[in-house]
Design a binder for this molecule. Structure first.
Ligand code: HEC
Ligand code: HEC
Ligand code: HEC
Ligand code: HEC
Length: 192
């Protein structure tokens, strides 16, 4: 059977489980910044001052290189063993990253809130905010339909404390300290 390139593209797009139709792309922090930096919002600035924003840069330091050496990792900024936690959404299929996304952002908004392609629009965002205030459960459900999540305690543990799996291996940080959530949450606070 001959399929024109157009039909083939359409088939791929609609094929259940191909993911093309269903899964949103990671847009990168610059996209969130366009709205979340506008006063009176302090969200972007607070994140930018947090250590999450420096997570990729950290991997370029002498300290990181010294810690990585015994693990056989020469260049932490190029190794999955480190990138898996020090960047956003490491190891996804290449098409999931929009061209505006960069590894340099470190642990960006979408590492905790999910890929933003569908929700990072004014209509969706303001409806989520409105609903969450008035009807929290309905708001969270609506948010999730657009891929927006609030990774609280469980989300932190995906990088803090138990290692993280990628490509069939579980990677651990040579510098990690245990996370006390009561102390940690206020340190990354960028919400009301
Ligand atoms: C994608 C992985 C990832 C997730 C998810 C994550 N973190 Fe982190 N976190 C890191 C990395 C990597 C660092 C180290 C950054 C650096 O200093 O270079 C860090 C650092 C921190 C620090 C600073 C620690 C210090 O000693 O200065 C705090 C506080 C923190 N995280 C809290 C949280 C909380 C709370 C959550 C959940 C809401 C969370 N993190 C989720 C990867 C993550
Ligand atoms: C399982 C997730 C994970 C992996 C894998 C990981 N890191 Fe980390 N890293 C963290 C977290 C979380 C922190 C913050 C720890 C804290 O201070 O509470 C951190 C902190 C650090 C710090 C300390 C930053 C500072 O301010 O002193 C360095 C250096 C570091 N990591 C280097 C590396 C290197 C090098 C690799 C690869 C060999 C690596 N990490 C792999 C999660 C990870
Ligand atoms: C380390 C994980 C993490 C990162 C990174 C992160 N957030 Fe959050 N965010 C959270 C958590 C946890 C909450 C609190 C959810 C709750 O309990 O209401 C939150 C709350 C928020 C809220 C407020 C909701 C409210 O109730 O006021 C906004 C807006 C927000 N984040 C936007 C962002 C933006 C924009 C970025 C990037 C510049 C970002 N977040 C980065 C974890 C994160
Ligand atoms: C077109 C503008 C716009 C863009 C782009 C945008 N947002 Fe928003 N966002 C808003 C507005 C408006 C609100 C509701 C008012 C508020 O909470 O600041 C909001 C609210 C939120 C909330 C809280 C909703 C609630 O529970 O009250 C989170 C979390 C959030 N945004 C995350 C993000 C992330 C992550 C990105 C980037 C992937 C992003 N936003 C991009 C405009 C935007």
């Amino acid at each position: 059977m001959y399929l024109s390139p157009f039909a083939l593209a359409l088939l791929l797009l609609l094929w259940p489980g191909s993911g093309f139709a269903a899964l949103p792309k990671y847009m990168g922090v610059a996209r969130c910044q366009t709205c979340h930096e506008v006063p009176p919002s302090v969200v972007f600035g607070r994140w930018a001052e947090s250590s999450h924003a420096k997570a990729y840069k950290t991997l370029g330091t002498d300290k990181a290189k010294t810690l990585a050496q015994p693990l056989g990792v020469k260049d932490p900024q190029n190794s999955p063993a480190c990138l898996v936690c020090h960047t956003t959404a490491y190891g996804e299929k290449p098409w999931r990253y929009s061209p505006s996304f960069t590894l340099e952002e470190g642990v960006g908004c979408e590492a905790c809130h999910g890929a933003g392609q569908k929700y990072a629009r004014f209509e969706v965002m303001s409806k989520v905010a409105m609903l969450r205030q008035r009807k929290p459960e309905q708001g969270a459900k609506f948010a999730a339909e657009f891929g927006l999540h609030y990774r609280g305690r469980e989300g932190c543990a995906s990088c803090h404390g138990q290692g993280r799996s990628a490509e069939g291996k579980n990677y651990r940080c040579p510098a990690e300290k245990p996370l006390d959530l009561e102390v940690a949450l206020p340190l990354i606070r960028h919400w009301r």
